[in-house]
Design a protein around this ligand. Structure first.
Ligand SMILES: [Zn+2]
Length: 182
């Protein structure tokens, strides 16, 4: 039997449908998401739609509540400080930061739910997320650089915090006005 080795491997999101991204101010972005209890086909389909939505919006990370779904899941596709790429979906993630005093990095951060502006946002220079893949296997991602920032930004979303909530009120107001949201 010949094997069909010319068929391209399916990429994350290929089976999914890009859904609209919800913006700052929608209640689903401002409360903690429910933990996932079933690692079923509905979850696999959700993850595919999340990858499709993230890529369609040219994002590097997306949390489920950004497409209006109350579930503790995020996807990401970004590089660490050494340029090494990570593509992952994490279910029921738990963020683990190094103990204080922590090395901080200040760098540009933006969000698909606050479209347009980016601004300097301090974050821990390293971060770890522990959780499960969509099949229910344990996963652990250690990040530096953009990956560390993304791990913190996406777990924040699932806790109901948008990155602008971490900025001074004056800066937040300006960012939301720039995004046409307030
Ligand atoms: Zn975001």
């Amino acid at each position: 039997m010949p094997t069909d080795d010319t068929a391209p491997a399916a990429k994350p999101g290929d089976r999914g449908t890009a859904r609209p991204i919800v913006h700052y101010g929608e209640p689903v972005l401002h409360r903690a998401c429910k933990p996932v209890e079933s690692f079923d086909t509905a979850l696999a389909d959700l993850v595919e739609d999340m990858f499709a939505s993230m890529y369609a919006a040219n994002g590097v990370g997306l949390a489920a509540n950004q497409i209006g779904v109350d579930a503790r899941v995020f996807v990401l596709d970004c590089e660490d400080a050494d340029g090494e790429r990570t593509v992952a979906a994490v279910v029921n993630p738990v963020l683990v930061l190094p103990p204080p005093p922590r090395e901080l990095m200040v760098g540009d951060e933006g969000c698909l739910s606050v479209p347009g502006p980016f601004t300097d946002t301090p974050r821990s220079a390293t971060a770890v997320v522990e959780g499960f893949d969509p099949a229910g296997n344990p996963v652990r991602i250690e990040g530096t650089g953009t990956l560390a920032r993304c791990l913190q930004h996406e777990t924040d979303h699932l806790d109901g915090t948008v990155y602008v909530d971490r900025l001074p009120a004056k800066t937040r107001k300006r960012m939301l006005a720039e995004a046409g949201l307030r």
